[in-house]
Write a new protein. Structure first.
Ligand SMILES: *Cc1c(COP(=O)(O)O)cnc(C)c1O
Length: 391
């Protein structure tokens, strides 16, 4: 075992001016529901080219808000790709819906529009797609298929803040786009998330849902003995608010987003150049017209070529102090989903095959060049084929 500290797979980068911004809010009158929330919402919406932003206490809460706003209710089905963090499907189940798992493409590992078209059920109320690892999914095709059926597309872009799809910024394209500001993501608020939308009705429903379903704009005329204090609970909402000091941190971090994404892309291209000759290792691809923001750099270990499986390579890299990880165990293989929705192996073969071979290499903007080299050397030495044919 190495005595060096393990290199994490991802982590935040907090600057002195981020800290000062948070302190300034702590000294102000507003800890929550103050002016920083709207400023942050507007800034992220402007950056992405969307009309409205609604900030939430986490990316998961934001996803839940999006399924609520889309009208997902008990008995409804929602299309979900299997290759994601569990929250992508859980937000359907929170609303009493059933996730229908539709497999991913082999190249970008994002929802496959061909399978989507074939498997879109009559009871589907929405389509959720995921920009896996930071690579935008096939938004034009997915939107066309969903809109032909009159249902909205919720893009889980927790991996893809700052990514480009056919020259357009992710965030202003789908009916609702969801971001997370967890510390491993592109910018952080500690915990936090946001939904972007161009639709005023979705925006209103998201705001209602974030605060207990309560509004101060009553639907009926007030009675004689009712006044300015009056409020109405119109829907069953939650307390999914985010605080002001988190949002000021988000604003301060947003000013660094372009640099962060640039650095992630530099590290990804260093990995690609240094590892592409390894025969038993498959590297992530970028489709023409798309620009990934590389939340992850997932490689695939081909055991038939390498003579080692993923588990062996994973352990050897961990032993070398490299904090590799695996993203993700397909959601439909989780015990909860198997039990509740009777999903099983074979439902999504592309995602399952990918999972069997997957390892995520560390990638985060604060990574020192020497650490990048250390990861490259570790992967090269672990993936060296001891006796290449003919040698
Ligand atoms: C991080 C993440 C989430 C959840 O975001 P939180 O802010 O941690 O709740 C949802 N979906 C994907 C794909 C994620 O990576």
């Amino acid at each position: 075992m190495s005595t060096e500290p393990t290199i994490p797979y991802g982590r935040q980068w907090i600057f002195e001016d981020d800290i000062e911004a948070v302190v300034s809010v702590l000294r102000s009158d507003w800890l929550t529901q103050g002016p920083a929330v709207e400023r942050f919402e507007q800034a992220v919406a402007d950056y992405c080219g969307a009309r409205y932003g609604v900030a939430f206490s986490s990316g998961t809460a934001a996803l839940h808000g999006a399924t609520f706003a889309a009208g997902v209710a008990v008995g409804d089905e929602v299309i979900v790709p299997p290759l994601s963090f569990v929250a992508t499907a859980n937000c359907v189940v929170y609303q009493g819906g059933t996730p229908i798992f539709v497999d991913v493409r082999e190249d970008t590992l994002t929802l496959d529009p061909i399978r989507l078209k074939r498997q879109l059920t009559a009871r589907a109320k929405a389509v959720i797609c995921v920009d896996f690892a930071g690579h935008p999914c096939e938004l034009d095709e997915i939107l066309e298929i969903a809109h032909a059926r009159g249902i909205p597309v919720i893009e889980d872009a927790a991996h893809a803040l700052g990514a480009l799809y056919r020259g357009r910024r992710v965030g202003g394209i789908a009916d609702m786009t969801v971001f997370s500001f967890h510390p491993v993501k592109h910018i952080t608020t500690g915990e936090g998330g946001m939904v972007l939308t161009n639709d005023a009705n979705f925006c209103e429903r998201l705001r209602l849902f974030r605060t207990h379903g309560i509004t101060r704009r009553p639907e009926r005329l007030l009675q004689e003995n009712e006044g300015a204090w009056y409020y109405e609970m119109q829907e069953l909402g939650y307390n999914y608010r985010i605080s002001d000091f988190q949002c000021i941190l988000g604003l301060s971090q947003l000013s660094k987003l372009d640099r962060f994404v640039e650095r992630r892309r530099e590290i990804a291209s260093l990995y690609t150049r240094a590892l592409r000759d390894l025969p038993g290792v498959r590297l992530p691809t970028e489709r023409p017209g798309s620009r990934s923001s590389y939340h992850l750099y997932p490689i695939q270990i081909v055991p038939s070529v390498l003579g080692k499986n993923r588990k062996q390579v994973f352990s050897e890299l961990r032993d070398a102090g490299v904090g590799v990880n695996v993203h993700y165990i397909p959601i439909h293989l989780q015990p909860y989903y198997r039990r509740r929705f009777a999903t099983d192996v074979g439902l999504c073969p592309v995602a399952e095959h990918y999972y069997d071979q997957a390892i995520s290499l560390p990638i985060y903007p604060k990574m020192e060049p020497s650490v990048v080299s250390q990861v490259i050397e570790a992967v090269r030495s672990v993936s060296a084929i001891p006796n290449p044919a003919g040698a």
